[in-house]
Design a protein around this ligand. Structure first.
Ligand code: NAD
Length: 483
């Protein structure tokens, strides 16, 4: 079988040591790789490149489409962009897959039966990075959840579960509060889940779900969630399984993928032959399966499991009661190589014979919903320092074209009509102008622009506009709290 070209970056801090150790094991296990090495991270940032990766390196990634990446150091101070976020977005790596498994009784853990895979959406949610300062007092960050983005990640989670013989897929959202954004994620989970009758499905509100995950992780199998919850909870899950130093991660896109450890460059441990290479190594195991070298993945992974079982441990997981030998990075890699061909006796053996023969990213073509859309009003965000009745009195005379001032809210809470004296307000009001329910619209766009002109002419400052639309007659906007 021909070699597979991959791009490798040795990174910063402990990166070069754990990468050498990982590549050494892969080579000895028989991985068929043609390696292109690129430089990323601290040196590139400090050369004045704010992205931390130059265009020649990007070209290598475009050629090989497989990236094995050691952790990097992001220099202190502003202006440097996260290389991880850039790579994920540039190559559409929408699925972040993090298996979090405990290795009881060989690695200390409170959760001996934990075996959870977190599938985190990687591109959307609050990580779209759309932030604005609206006024002296208010900062805003936009949470974006899209139907095609959610369909991709949810389908990936179900395909992953099926391909790896998992039994259950759980979804975490906060759709009791964010009914439209997290509501869409939950709805897509239910719709796509119905196509997988062989798998058990459940949904948890993220707060209680997270508590349950930290308390009894063994009741979960595969968990799919939006970006922010997934970012936080995948670290929690890795840590409670035993150590962040043991978890690897895959970032999967339609035509490209990146594999790494979940931890950072641990600069204080650099250059001392101390670091545990296991996180990067387990990321590399996912890479071998991805490029169709499941035989090598199985051989290397089983030798690693045997090494852990025989108590050959780096300092971070070393415990006098369960470890036999405390070793450095290089010695650990040598110990794994010495066990190639062996299998674990207590821990569950890795078997990748049935690992997917086709990319898990196959999916039916996206069908965009065709519900007729009608403009029925606008939420105009206005800077105002006074009390709500005062603002309402100034806005009501500006209504025309059938629009009515329906509500004022402040920080999402309805403060007019009605509203309490006690409610705290800041300097941005959301002012909802809407057609009455008896009028289904559509409202002409020029009615909204004319309204904005009248607001400006009256001496008020609008800082943002959001159209109110119905889709097939159903409102595409949430009500104010208390409305
Ligand atoms: P870190 O994960 O690098 O290290 C935290 C601590 O965990 C270390 O001090 C060490 O005690 C331990 N540790 C981590 N990995 C280990 C390993 N393989 N073996 C043994 N012990 C290990 O987190 P940090 O100190 O917050 O960040 C250091 C740098 O890494 C920062 O510049 C940060 O931006 C960067 N970082 C990079 C990535 C990445 O490239 N994917 C991810 C996270 C952090």
């Amino acid at each position: 079988m021909p070699n597979v070209p991959i791009t490798v970056a040795h990174g910063d801090g402990i990166g070069p040591e754990i990468m050498s150790a990982t590549l050494h094991i892969l080579k000895e296990a028989g991985a068929r790789l043609d390696i292109e090495t690129i430089e990323i991270g601290e040196k590139v940032y400090l050369r004045g490149n704010p992205a931390g990766i130059d265009s020649a390196s990007f070209e290598s990634l475009r050629r090989t489409r497989v990236f094995l990446k050691a952790p990097i150091t992001t220099p202190q101070g502003g202006g440097f962009k996260s290389l991880n976020v850039t790579t994920r977005k540039a190559f559409g790596l929408y699925a972040n897959v993090r298996p979090c498994l405990s290795y009881h009784p060989f690695v200390e853990t409170k959760h001996p039966r934990m075996d959870v895979v977190i599938v985190r959406e990687n591109e959307e949610d609050l990580y779209a990075g759309i932030e604005h300062r609206q006024t002296a007092d208010v900062m805003q960050c936009l949470k974006l959840i899209t139907r095609p983005g959610t369909e991709k990640i949810v389908r990936y989670a179900f395909e992953y579960a099926r391909a790896y013989g998992r039994k259950k897929v759980t979804c975490f959202t906060k759709d009791n509060i964010m009914k439209l954004t997290d509501g869409l994620f939950h709805e897509v989970f239910d719709t796509i889940g119905a196509e997988y009758p062989d798998l058990e499905k459940e949904h948890w509100i993220v707060d209680i779900g997270a508590a349950k995950l930290a308390d009894t992780p063994e009741v979960f199998d595969v968990i799919v969630m939006p970006n922010l919850y997934g970012d936080i909870l995948s670290d929690v899950a890795a840590q409670i399984a035993g150590s962040v130093g043991l978890a690897g991660s895959a970032n999967i896109g339609d035509g490209c993928a990146m594999f790494e450890a979940i931890h950072g460059s641990a600069p204080r441990r650099a250059g001392q032959n101390l670091a545990n290479p296991s996180g990067l190594f387990l990321g590399a195991i996912q890479m071998l399966i991805h490029i169709g070298q499941s035989d090598v993945a199985e051989r290397a992974h089983n030798a690693w499991l045997r090494t852990i079982e025989e108590g050959v441990h780096t300092y971070d997981i070393h415990d006098p009661s369960s470890s036999k030998e405390k070793v450095g990075t290089r010695e650990f890699a040598a110990a794994v190589v010495a066990r190639l061909g062996k299998r674990p006796e207590v821990l569950r053996e890795a078997r990748y014979g049935n690992a997917p023969r086709r990319p898990l990213t196959d999916r039916p073509p996206y069908v965009r919903p065709s519900d007729p859309k009608a403009l029925v009003g606008a939420d105009v965000f206005i800077e105002f320092l006074g009390r709500p009745p005062e603002l309402a009195a100034r806005l009501q005379p500006l209504c025309a074209d059938g629009l009515r001032l329906e509500m004022l809210s402040n920080r999402g809470m309805k403060v007019w009509p009605g509203g309490l004296e006690e409610t705290f307000t800041v300097d941005v009001y959301r002012c909802r102008f809407q057609l009455p329910e008896t009028n289904p619209g559509p409202l002409a766009h020029r009615a909204v622009t004319a309204l904005l002109d009248r607001i400006t002419a009256s001496g008020l400052e609008f800082v943002k506009l959001e159209g109110l639309y119905t889709f097939g007659g159903k409102p595409g906007f949430s009500r104010g709290q208390g409305q």
